[in-house]
Ligand binder design. Structure first.
Ligand code: MN3
Length: 199
């Protein structure tokens, strides 16, 4: 088995009231598990067997839609669980904060642009902060795509597919985006990925 589903890095009820136990049970145990199961089945007998997850994602993009959708979502969700933490959304580590201000104007502007990317992504997809050519940029992508297949390195992503918020927020995607940014983001993990993404 190439793809496996790790346990959540916190308890199912740890992100309340911003993201409920029920949402995490469905999203992690059913949706993410399905990407893992389907991805493993679709990987069998392809040229991508034995490759790293990143190589499978970038290699299958535009070539093998079924495999890409599942591997891409597996990659995105592996990080998504770590992009949140209980009592998240607090202070941004210094070096990352400085880079955000330099590249995006201000922390408030970054939050506004990130939420806007999520709200305006039509249908399912993701809002992102990514590093492209040494600068932090705001992006949005459809379905299982990520900055990885658009020449950039993702450092923060928010899943805007309805399964990520409908139980808790119904159709109110803007309220979900605001709760994610204000109360869920694990900025230490974002800073870690930013440091690895290079300048
Ligand atoms: Mn999802």
């Amino acid at each position: 088995m190439t793809f496996t589903l790790p346990a959540l890095p916190y308890a199912y009820d740890a992100l309340g009231p911003y993201m409920s136990k029920e949402t995490l049970e469905f999203h992690h145990d059913k949706h993410h598990q399905a990407y893992v199961t389907n991805g493993n089945n679709l990987l069998k007998g392809t040229e991508f067997e034995g490759k790293s997850l990143e190589e499978i994602v970038t290699g299958s993009f535009g070539k093998n839609a079924g495999l890409f959708n599942n591997a891409g979502q597996h990659y995105n969700h592996l990080h998504f669980w770590h992009w949140m933490k209980p009592n998240g959304g607090g202070a941004i580590p210094g070096a990352l904060e400085k880079a955000i201000i330099a590249d995006l104007g201000s922390v408030d502007q970054m939050k506004t642009d990130f939420m806007q990317a999520g709200v305006t992504q039509f249908g399912s997809g993701w809002a992102w902060l990514a590093v492209k050519a040494g600068k932090i940029v705001v992006m949005k992508t459809a379905n299982g795509e990520s900055p990885l297949v658009h020449g950039a390195t993702p450092i923060l992503g928010c899943d805007v597919w309805e399964h990520s918020y409908y139980i808790d927020y119904r159709n109110r995607r803007p309220d979900y985006m605001k709760a994610f940014v204000d109360s869920l983001v694990n900025w230490e993990y974002v800073a870690e990925l930013y440091a690895k993404a290079g300048k």
